[in-house]
Design a protein around this ligand. Structure first.
Ligand code: PEP
Ligand code: MG
Length: 754
């Protein structure tokens, strides 16, 4: 390093000696002397961030000693404040000419012309500023800036290690406690959770910063990078399902970044300055984190995030810290925070300790969200920036109803939410009290409420909720959380367990609904589709690849032996598809009989109504089916040509629009004419106001998440269905966008609980 005595490695070695000395207040002073002499600077100063967000001069070599603990600069004030605010170095030959320069007479700094300062970062947060100054107008080299950053990183550890200064004030929890943080995301699963943050991928704390043997550290870094690349390649090849949250594309981006020259160069440079391999990774990661905290364009942020993830992986490789927190001791009110995850990863956690889930990315209809709903875990997704602001152990409130998050909430917010949680608990008690009561309206109309399920974890909820059976069993979930195609035996086992758990209650199994966003990573992915929601999915795959569907039908018929088996097909668009699918059922049935295997006493075969075209073939279809179940999630996306997975358009149309309600009413009337049992099993069935509208247009069977049964039953028991039907009828031809407000008013005026 030009202009320095012995270079950064010597400096780091000397620093380590100082750090090994018994702790004393003099340590910081010694460090400033060391840095100044090593860097041939007349001044070296250490400023530390006070809880008041002021930078206080804590130690100096060269400035007037009387200014120590007296000179304070606000974040953003003067050059030191500017470095802290922007979390980036400044390298100025003529510091006083800089517009941010603020003169502090007590320091006697007017004689120093040049300044080089770097932020002292810990976990990407600025905890102080380290600066050197010279009398001459000197330009510091890039290497010197690098070296000072490396020293600042070590200094961050010195600052954080107890005893050196009054850490009580600077400790991060205290600093942060003053800064509650509110973040808006999207509700993925309802409910309120108060608890403490657990990072799904634990942060690695690097303790050994200074290298004993630089060559060895270089080899360790190279080896870790090599292994990192290998592990990403393996993941891409095997597409291990435990990482189902990571799409192929993400992994491919990772692979590209793992080969990024700039990133690798910066880490090797950091090792060259005398850091251990893990400290070098963290040093580069710290800069990235600091950049992530600044408002940048979303694309860049995304890329920085990818590097951050990669750095975490590297750190884990170097330190041997585990990949997921699931195997670690959890607090008994754990709120898991992750960028994204697959359903299997969520199921790895101890359910009894899990209170909530927060995802920085994700989608409401992604399978981790469906599993979270099945487990009754309040979940907020698309919580952009949460990982930048949260630390393990932070208190956090997840409002799964509104999609809001409160980090380090103030006591007022905690009180308000505790009250809300108590209110919910009271409500739960009320729901429990009517669990065995029928869903009968004030005017005597009876409704049948069923639950949607898909996993073994759902089964206890069927009884607890007071539902009358399972209206939709999503069989694809078993396929999605497995690491390979479930065998016939696995499938028979699950379906039998479901039927056993349901006892006398009906269960409607839906055959595999894969494709679109439901990818089975162990199956060769088809060519990328322009419009996956309109693409090769559900029954289309089943009919084009009948072996897969037949295999499943065999399992269903075997599990249903001696009982009534109900099954339905997803995404049927025309009668001929139903006919072909139904023929496969008959074929499998005949095969089982031929081999003398036991078969169900009765098989009822129905269809989902998800594609609008089917309604125009109802006259032909209805006499052939045993029942119809409306999949309103898909039906409405097709009806409105609005992708349900695209947040920009997914909420563009209201489920309570006159178009939807008249369309559905037409379906109700056609099914009544044909005496065909009709259910609705999309998400709208579980929302009390929507469910009320469905009752008003004639639906009597609805299927929803277990948690929705209580609220919907309560609504029905406070409703006069005939009065509502009379109210809705004339509104169906209204030109307005939505009938939501009218329906809400009706509910309020009539004291309907919703
Ligand atoms: C639907 O589309 O409404 C439905 C119930 O199926 P899924 O949400 O699984 O696509
Ligand atoms: Mg669907």
């Amino acid at each position: 390093m030009a202009g320095s005595v012995g270079g950064p490695r010597v400096l780091l070695r000397r620093l380590r000696e100082v750090m090994a000395e018994p702790e004393s207040a003099k340590r910081l002073d010694k460090i400033t002397v060391l840095i100044a002499s090593n860097m041939v600077a007349e001044v070296c100063s250490i400023y530390l961030m006070r809880p008041s967000r002021e930078l206080e001069l804590f130690a100096t070599e060269g400035l007037k000693p009387s200014s120590v603990h007296r000179t304070r600069l606000k974040e953003g004030e003067g050059l030191i404040g500017d470095i802290a605010l922007h979390a980036r170095p400044l390298n100025l030959a003529d510091a006083q000419a800089h517009p941010a320069f603020a003169y502090r007479p007590e320091t006697g700094e007017e004689i120093y012309k040049s300044l080089m300062g770097v932020p002292i970062l810990r976990f990407g947060r600025v905890v102080g500023v380290l600066a050197v100054q010279n009398r001459t107008k000197r330009s510091y080299t890039e290497e010197e800036v690098e070296a000072l950053q490396t020293v600042a990183m070590v200094l961050a550890e010195v600052v954080a290690s107890a005893g050196l200064i009054d850490l009580a004030e600077l400790e991060e929890p205290d600093l942060r406690r003053e800064r509650p943080y509110r973040l808006g995301g999207t509700s993925f699963a309802e409910g309120i959770a108060l608890g403490h943050a657990v990072l799904h991928e634990p942060r690695v704390h690097v303790t050994t910063l200074i290298a004993e043997d630089a060559d060895l550290e270089m080899k360790r870094l190279e080896m870790a990078v090599y292994e990192l690349r290998g592990s990403i390649d393996d993941l891409l090849e095997t597409a291990d399902l435990s990482h189902a949250g990571e799409h192929r594309e993400v992994l491919q981006t990772y692979r590209m970044f793992a080969n990024d020259r700039g990133w690798l160069h910066r880490m090797t440079e950091a090792v060259r300055t005398g850091l251990t391999a893990e400290a070098a990774v963290e040093r580069v990661q710290n800069d990235m984190r600091a950049r992530m905290m600044r408002p940048t364009d979303p694309y860049l942020r995304e890329r920085l995030h990818d590097f951050d993830d990669l750095a975490n992986r590297l750190l884990r490789q170097l330190t041997g810290v585990g990949l997921s927190s699931a195997s670690q001791d959890l607090p008994d009110d754990a709120i898991i925070i992750a960028r994204n995850m697959g359903p299997a990863e969520l199921l790895d956690y101890d359910k009894d300790r899990l209170r909530g889930l927060v995802l920085e990315e994700g989608a409401a209809n992604a399978h981790v969200s469906i599993v979270a709903r099945a487990l009754g875990i309040p979940t907020v997704g698309r919580a952009e920036g949460i990982l930048d602001h949260v630390d393990p152990g932070d208190a956090i409130i997840v409002d799964g109803d509104t999609g809001e998050l409160y980090l380090r909430p103030s006591s007022d917010v905690i009180d308000a939410y505790s009250e809300k949680a108590r209110f919910r608990a009271r409500r739960q008690e009320q729901y429990k009290a009517i669990r065995h009561e029928p869903a009968v309206s004030l005017d005597g109309r009876l409704a049948n409420l069923y639950v949607n399920a898909g996993l073994v974890v759902d089964l206890p909820h069927v009884h607890e909720s007071g539902a009358e059976g399972i209206g939709l069993f999503r069989t694809e979930l078993q396929f999605m959380i497995a690491s390979k195609l479930p065998s016939l035996r696995d499938q028979v086992e699950l379906y039998s367990a479901v039927l056993d758990a349901a006892g006398d209650m009906p269960v409607i199994f839906r055959t595999l609904d894969i494709g679109g966003d439901k990818v089975l990573p162990y199956m060769v992915a088809p060519a990328k589709e322009e419009n996956p929601a309109l693409g090769w999915r559900a029954i289309r795959i089943g009919l084009d690849r009948p072996a897969l569907l037949c295999h499943q039908l065999r399992a269903l018929l075997t599990a249903g032996a001696g009982r009534t088996l109900r099954l339905m097909f997803p995404m049927i668009a025309e009668v001929s598809e139903f006919v072909r699918a139904r023929a496969l059922v008959d074929k499998e049935m005949a095969r089982l009989i031929k081999f003398g295997k036991p078969v169900p006493v009765e098989v009822q075969v129905g269809t989902m109504l998800e594609v609008p075209s089917l309604v125009w073939q109802f006259e032909a279809l209805l006499p052939m089916v045993d029942f119809v179940s409306v999949g309103s999630n898909d039906l409405l996306q097709f009806l409105f040509a609005a992708d349900r997975g695209n947040p920009r358009v997914a909420t563009r149309y209201d489920f309570l629009s006159p178009a939807v309600l008249s369309f559905l009413k037409h379906v109700v009337e056609a099914c009544e004419r044909h005496n065909t049992p009709l259910t609705l099993c999309g998400e709208m069935a579980g929302r009390p106001l929507e469910a009320m509208a469905l009752m008003g247009i004639g639906f009597r069977r609805v299927s929803m998440s277990a948690a929705a049964i209580g609220p919907v039953k309560m609504m029905i028991r406070s409703l006069d269905v005939d009065a509502l039907a009379r109210f809705i009828e004339p509104l169906l031809t209204s030109p307005v966008r939505s009938l939501r407000e009218d329906l809400r008013n009706f509910a309020e005026i009539n004291d309907i609980v919703f």
